[in-house]
Design a protein around this ligand. Structure first.
Ligand code: RFL
Ligand code: PHB
Length: 389
């Protein structure tokens, strides 16, 4: 089998890239380890920046987003008892859109099916070969049979645990990492959200995020120790803890109900450089991870894909390799900005087990800067709605 671009992974990065390439006449095949249902079952991001929406427009998949996406022009930050509303519209004249990653993925999968592009699900033992030559190829097994896919380029969109990044020789790849001493326990429920806007809240017992997917579907997160298991958290315990951290006034608006999903995610900051090795490109979580506090992971994946699709289109249409050569550097500029923001939000709003009295005072002073300085608030808003693409 042969294609122009072999894409590893059918998460949002791989599907978005595939769709933009196909619409520009560039042949591509996606190899995905899991089934489509499994990919859709993973509950993740909920906040889209305008760069992601631009990407979805280029992929021609904004019909549902336009119908069901919720425009948010601010969010609330709470530090112990002090509350501050970040007004995105006032500060930077922009907004974000609340629309789930599951829905983005479903829309992209449907569009891919409609144009008849190939996705091979349950492709096992994917391995990349000769990516440092002009004739790279990928091998995989499907239903016990081995297959070979020849291509011009490989796009590694296979997330943090994928194989693509590991194909780059260790003496070339440099990684930077910070692991945080806690995780997020997420719960989804078909109940109206506790507030119209997202609430990021720091309580002595730990961080809380009140998010949503629609006017009737809520998504809540609690900071939990890394040692906790989902089984330790009955719905009842989750709602009790949420009420305690939100306090009586906010909890008065809280509607509880049976969970439809519950999972724990560890928090990590990670960057791998460079993002291109000869004819292999990394995009999305394969190259970088941010803690979810800044709502940046999916949005960074989308901006990588926009840079990569521009580069590949320029090569195939104009034989111009400038975009390919500059791909890694262009992406990393935006990535390090988002890494800083996600790290800052995580440090400011979580309860760290090893913080002493000094650290706690600094954390509070960091928060108070938002209330006391328009510049501080503007910087936060600018980063939250998305750094320039
Ligand atoms: P994905 O989504 O991990 O997809 C990678 C795909 O590759 C497949 N794969 C392989 N396929 C073939 N062979 C192999 N060897 C393979 N290994 C892996 C996997 O099965 C999978 O289908 O990466 P991608 O496409 O780069 O997308 C990245 C986003 O999923 C991620 O950054 C966001 O979900 C992060 N994130 C958020 N981002 C935001 O922008 N805004 C948010 O509000 C936000 N909230 C979140 C989040 C992530 C969370 N978790 C669970 C980590 C909230 C949470 C709780
Ligand atoms: C979500 O709705 O899942 C979500 C929203 C904002 C974040 C992280 C996750 O910062």
């Amino acid at each position: 089998m042969r294609t122009q671009v072999a894409i590893i992974g059918a998460g949002p990065s791989g599907l978005l890239l595939g769709q933009i390439l196909s619409r520009n006449g560039i042949d591509n095949i996606i190899l995905e380890r899991q089934t489509g249902e499994y990919v859709l079952g993973r509950i993740r991001a909920g906040v889209l920046e305008s760069v992601t929406i631009d990407g979805l427009k280029r992929a021609g998949v904004t019909e549902n987003l336009e119908k069901h996406g919720l425009i948010h022009d601010g969010c609330e930050l709470v530090f112990n008892d002090v509350s501050y509303r970040v007004d995105f519209e006032k500060q930077v004249g922009r907004h974000v859109v609340v629309y789930g990653q599951t829905e983005v993925t479903r829309d992209l999968m449907a569009a891919r099916e409609a144009i008849g592009a190939t996705t091979i699900y349950e492709a096992k033992d994917v391995a990349l070969h000769d990516v440092d030559t002009a004739k790279p190829y990928v091998t995989y097994t499907k239903d016990g049979q081995e297959h070979r896919l020849d291509c011009d380029y490989v796009a590694g969109c296979d997330g943090f645990h994928g194989v693509s990044r590991k194909t780059i020789p260790a003496d070339i790849l440099k990684t930077y990492e910070r692991v945080y001493p806690f995780g997020w326990l997420g719960l989804m429920a078909d109940t109206p959200p506790v507030s119209d806007e997202l609430i990021y809240l720091k309580h002595e017992r730990g961080f809380v995020l009140c998010s949503q997917r629609s006017k009737t579907r809520s998504r809540y997160y609690l900071q939990v120790p890394l040692t906790d298991k989902v089984e330790d958290w009955s719905d009842e315990r989750f709602w009790d803890e949420l009420r305690t951290r939100l306090g009586p006034e906010r909890s008065a608006n809280l509607v509880t109900g049976p969970s439809i999903e519950k999972s724990i995610a560890p928090l990590r900051s990670f960057v791998a450089e460079p993002m291109r090795y000869h004819n292999l490109f990394l995009a999305g979580d394969a190259a970088h991870i941010v803690p979810p506090t800044g709502a940046k992971g999916l949005n960074l994946a989308a901006s990588d894909v926009l840079y990569l699709s521009d580069a590949l289109i320029d090569f195939y249409k104009n034989n111009d390799t400038t975009g390919i050569e500059g791909y890694s550097e262009r992406c990393l500029k935006r990535i390090w900005g988002a890494e800083r923001f996600s790290w800052y939000m995580t440090n400011m709003l979580h309860t760290f087990p090893d913080h002493d009295a000094w650290d706690k005072k600094m954390q509070k002073a960091e928060f108070m800067q938002l209330l006391n300085s328009e510049n501080g608030a503007r910087l936060l808003a600018e980063n939250y709605v998305g750094l320039p693409y």
